[in-house]
Design a protein around this ligand. Sequence first.
Ligand code: GRF
Length: 209
Amino acid sequence: MLRVVVMVSGGGTNLQAVIDGVEKGSISNAEIAGVISNNKNAYALERAKNHGIPAQCISPKDFADRGKFNEKLLEAVEGYMPDLIVLAGFLVVIPPEMTVKYKDRMINIHPSLIPSFCGTGYYGLKVHEAALARGVKVVGATVHFVDEGTDTGPIILQKAVEVQPGDTAEILQRRVMEQAEWKILPRAIDLIANGKVAVKDGKAFVLEE
Ligand code: GRF
């Protein structure tokens, strides 16, 4: 049984997709051991509590410096004894020691087809605003392993979504969530939980579709 810790900062719709997947069985061989947010007002924390999942807030604002926060965050994560860490809209930089410790055991959902519209400064609506500004016809989402960079780790799954005439950033964001994020994040967790993802020479492979 894969023990999963989900790290969130906002509304938690991706967390909800994972919770639903576990409860309905489309994610097998996995359980959500805990949810951690940097934002005490994150509705994602409510979602966890509504489903009886341990949840806590570790906010950088409560610590004298980033080093102390990083220490406490890693301690809180380890307290759940995770096999996999899932960043689902977590907007805080992951401590380097955590990236090293959880190499190929930490994944992130990004709302674009990496390597487009990713890296520092590309998060939330900004990603979709940039896509509309560039005039791309296809967007989408990516699940990737987290490495020391920003959105640079091995890509596990991607799903494309069409841009429609008249799309605003908000409309496009919602479509990418509904049609891509909420599908590929649960699927990636199920694949990992069932030993179907491997990493070789810095690339991730799904062993059987
Ligand atoms: C999602 O768009 C995700 O791709 C990005 O942050 C957002 C989180 O949304 N990383 P939610 O908190 O899962 O609703």
